[in-house]
Ligand binder design. Structure first.
Ligand SMILES: [Zn+2]
Ligand SMILES: [Zn+2]
Length: 327
């Protein structure tokens, strides 16, 4: 099959590799689309030679392992929680499969990912796509599951005033779920004008340019989806008394903050990453019912040959580019 493979010199080449074969509880999917993620850009340099990346994927079943062939007919379509997990440890039994002690992350070093014609995935973590969900929306289940997990970590309830820092895919999917959970108002803050314009298409109440000064008002929930040093202080200043802060932006740098402000407000601070199987099902159901329109997230579709450019020079205004390996 054709796949985008990381070579020993770190470059990416689209070339032939062996087709995957399913284990007893695996599926092999013909990839119908695989989204490019900020974590692909960040993690690429750490991936060993031979890796095929891509974890925001959906596809059509072309082979099923012996134990799951009865439930997965050839041609059925699925979105995938991109993990191989034991399903038996404490983390797995409580639904936190990405925290499995033996978790292998598909496309991030734990098995070839979706930037290929075919991919092997766990049937136990594959979610059937109803006919009402088109192929183009399948790869968007994963990023919307990220946002749902963040919004749930924030314990958003009806009427909450919500500030989302960062108008990327995580921020705007989080804002989408905040709306679904009944948030009273949603403000999205981002320094990039084009990203603020995109945010307005997501039915947020207002956007804010942090370059123009601190955001006005105080917020029951502040979600950091940008991952920059200094944002904990920004979030603490914006939060109301007894507010909740969720850190969902990936930050590799040390950060300092002044503990007095969150203390005086008795703020709660949580961190959020990944998702749970139930959240994937909730996303699929919301796509199918029309409660959530995933098309808002999709910037464009690109061929495999463009992946190198998408990973080395990601355009800051791209919300979500999906690679279609058939192009
Ligand atoms: Zn991702
Ligand atoms: Zn486990």
């Amino acid at each position: 099959m054709r796949a985008a493979v990381i070579e020993p010199d770190g470059s990416l080449s689209v070339r032939g590799i062996d087709d995957p074969t399913p284990g007893p509880r695996d599926l092999v999917l013909r990839v119908t689309g695989c989204g490019v993620c900020g974590s692909d850009v960040a993690a690429r340099g750490a991936m060993p030679a031979g890796t095929v990346m891509g974890h925001e994927l959906a596809g059509e079943v072309v082979a099923a392992g012996a134990e799951v062939a009865g439930t997965w007919a050839d041609g059925s379509r699925a979105a995938v929680l991109p993990v191989f997990a034991c399903l038996n440890c404490d983390a797995c039994r409580t639904g936190h499969v990405a925290h499995c002690t033996n978790a292998a992350l598909v496309g991030l070093g734990g098995g070839h990912g979706g930037f290929a014609e075919y991919v092997r995935v766990s049937a136990d973590l594959a979610f059937p796509l109803p006919d009402s969900v088109p192929d183009a929306h399948g790869p968007l289940v994963e990023p919307f599951a990220v946002g749902l997990h963040v919004a749930r970590a924030a314990e958003i309830v009806g009427g909450d005033r919500v500030l989302v820092i960062g108008a990327g895919a995580v921020g705007l999917t989080t804002a989408t779920w905040a709306r679904q959970m009944g948030a009273g108002s949603i403000v999205v803050s981002d320094p990039a004008p084009a990203r603020r314009t995109t945010a307005e298409t997501f039915e947020v109440d207002a956007t804010h340019d942090p370059g123009a000064g601190p955001v006005e008002g105080s917020f029951d929930v502040v979600v950091d989806c940008a991952g920059k040093p200094g944002l904990l202080d920004v979030a603490s200043a914006a939060a109301s008394t007894h507010g909740r802060i969720v850190i969902a932006g990936v930050c590799y740098e040390p950060d300092t903050y002044v503990p007095l402000v969150p203390m005086l407000k008795e703020l709660s601070l949580r961190f959020a990453i990944y998702y749970q199987p139930g959240e994937f099902q909730t996303v699929v159901d919301a796509f199918a019912s029309g409660a959530v329109d995933p098309a808002l997230l999709l910037t464009r579709t690109a061929p495999l040959s463009e992946l190198e450019a998408l990973l080395t020079r990601p355009h800051p205004d791209d919300l979500k580019v999906v690679v279609d390996p058939t192009l």
